[in-house]
Write a protein that binds this ligand. Structure first.
Ligand code: ATP
Ligand code: MG
Length: 240
């Protein structure tokens, strides 16, 4: 089942002329993870905001089934400092009954292995723990599609790898779809079914990774790195 479709979507920020997203087509199927990689400033966050419906395309169309539940994971955890971990997560389901909130928060904290931190304040958490709470807050609404903006970028390599494994586990046990924006080619090939390279607002170079072994994925990552490097080189003269 198709959850979301962007059709010939272009976007300029109000008051500017430059198209930050250009003539972009993308569809997301239930259960798949699509990764978007690209250099800083190429339009990845803008694309996620458009997919989330935070902003409307300047031209083109976004189609979303009204029954599809979205959640967003930001690059920084964005926890509310005056609330405990459990309360930070409950905010996302504040319209549920107190009993439901307690059950769901307990459930989702167990999934990210943070049950013991339910009464902690954000300032006492490590970066990895805070990002786990952010993931739990996105999961607690039982989304169909998670839009993730460099969710693991601020983490050290070991924590990052552990959280990536968590994400894969969670994906296996639920029929979750995700759009993952990342700078990290190896993260993209580890987590995604399809990877796109974004360049100057356009998506190209779709790479299909479904059913590939780890070694085959690694090979694809190397090829993607070369492509990314070549793109940067092509565009260097424009930047000067
Ligand atoms: N609110 C805004 N108003 C005007 N221009 C903006 C705004 N937000 C972003 N831009 C511009 O749009 C372009 C794309 O920005 P965007 O944040 O989507 O890039 P990105 O690929 O997410 O970069 P990064 O990897 O650094 O997060 C940039 O040139 C940026 O300066
Ligand atoms: Mg960004």
């Amino acid at each position: 089942m198709e959850l979301l479709r962007a059709q010939k979507v272009s976007f300029t920020y109000p008051g500017t002329k430059r198209f930050v997203v250009r003539d972009l087509n993308l569809h997301i199927e239930q259960g798949e993870t699509v990764a978007v990689i690209g250099k800083s400033g190429c339009g990845k966050t803008t694309l996620l905001r458009l997919l989330a419906g935070f902003m409307a395309p300047t031209t083109g169309e976004m189609h979303k089934d009204p029954g599809v539940r979205l959640s967003f994971v930001f690059q920084d955890a964005r926890l509310l400092p005056w609330m405990r971990v459990g309360e930070n997560i409950a905010v996302a389901i504040r319209h549920d009954s107190k009993a439901e909130q307690t059950r769901k928060v307990g459930d989702v904290l167990a999934r990210v292995e943070l049950s013991d931190a339910i009464n902690d304040y954000p300032e006492t958490l490590s970066g990895g723990m805070a990002q786990r709470v952010a993931l739990a807050r996105a999961l607690v609404v039982t989304p169909d599609l998670m839009l993730m903006d460099e969710p693991f970028a601020s983490l050290d390599a070991i924590t990052k790898s552990a959280l990536q494994d968590d994400f894969l586990k969670i994906k296996k046990t639920s029929n979750l779809s995700a759009v993952l924006v990342t700078h990290d080619v190896f993260e993209a090939v580890k987590l995604a079914d399809r990877v796109f390279v974004m360049s100057e607002g356009a998506l190209d170079s779709e790479v299909n990774l479904r059913d590939l072994t780890d070694i085959e994925r690694f090979e694809r990552a190397k090829a993607l790195l070369v492509r990314l490097k070549n793109k940067t080189r092509d565009h260097e003269p424009d930047r000067q």
